[in-house]
Design a protein around this ligand. Sequence first.
Ligand SMILES: Cc1ncc(COP(=O)(O)O)c(C=O)c1O
Length: 399
Amino acid sequence: MGLSFFTLFPMNRYFHGKDINYTYAEINLKTLRKNLAIIRREAGQAGSGEKMKICAVIKSNGYGHGMNEIGAAFSEFGSEYLGTADYRESLILHDYLKKNAKGKMARILCLGILTEEKKFFDEVVNKGIEASLSDVGIAGMLNQYAKSVNKKATVQIQIDTGMNRIGFSLRDAYEAVEAISRMSHLRVKGIFSHYATSEIPGSAYALRQLREFRELVKSLESNVMKFELRHIANTGGILNFRDPYFNMVRPGISLYGYYPDRKKIVRDIGLKPAMTLRSRVNFIRHVPAKTSISYGRLHVTGKPTRIASIPVGYGDGYSKLLTNKSKVMINGRLYKTVGAVCMDWVMADIGNSPAVNVNDEVILFGEDYPAYRISEITGSIVYEVICNVSSRVQRVYTY
Ligand SMILES: Cc1ncc(COP(=O)(O)O)c(C=O)c1O
């Protein structure tokens, strides 16, 4: 495969030279490709043997993996759509793909909201970014704009079946779609909804969302218009609520190698984390007993030991909440971090074993030490851990 547009590095774990910082996120594109293939298999076929399309969700900088690079990768790997959070993201992605995508470029579906300011109308119409509609008034404005430039805007209709976030409510949806169907310069390509509890197998709430959405779409298809794309499933939906009436799925977290909620997994389908956050031991200090480490003196050594300083901190997305609680992997062994996590540093107690030396590689999380460990400590979700890897952390793409 020819991913020449990426900065590709050999699979040698130890990146030397000035090009790569001590702390960097290695993104393994081969793993992303395998995860996509696993999700394709899991999603199955749509009814009537139609191919199930995939909208790879790459919002929030591709869940921290680098939106442009992985957008191009998923496009090359055959994802039919890429799902973004907002229009600015969509434009940046669009322009990047235009220049760099290999083969057929995936379409972009913006899952966010178009507003009255008409801020992104021109781009939606002229760059072919598919807009999600949640409001008839805005749909009318977009229609007028498209008419004024003698073009059509491609849109998908978003229905709120239970998130109570954005989208037409079930009560208003039928009439809204009827109204939109009469707008001559909108090309309605799809209709979609989003689950609130799909990570819970058998969730009654998710089943109700699925049933009500299916009934609505069926009734609209019989009486108002046909939709080329019908979709509701995120990762949890793909794993727990497969329904061949729908013909596209929108996986996010699974593509990056994680399950939405590890405690609720009923089946391991072989996903692997694609990102490994790596750093190096930059400094080692021998300290006696009763020595305090880091700000606030939140850890005091119990006996003489060695403290390894690692140049990663909350400025990189390694949360302050991990203070005195996390572990890091050095040469395949886990060591406790000690003292407050700083903006640029975390310290690990490596004891007196000679197994750790300056320059040794440190894994903060990744394939060998999944990010669930971090989210369990911080009381968050794995999504946040990977999204939080900050902009100063270099992304290094390997294949
Ligand atoms: C509308 C929409 N669809 C799909 C997804 C992907 O969800 P997941 O990462 O759980 O697969 C998201 C992410 O939150 C979303 O907001």
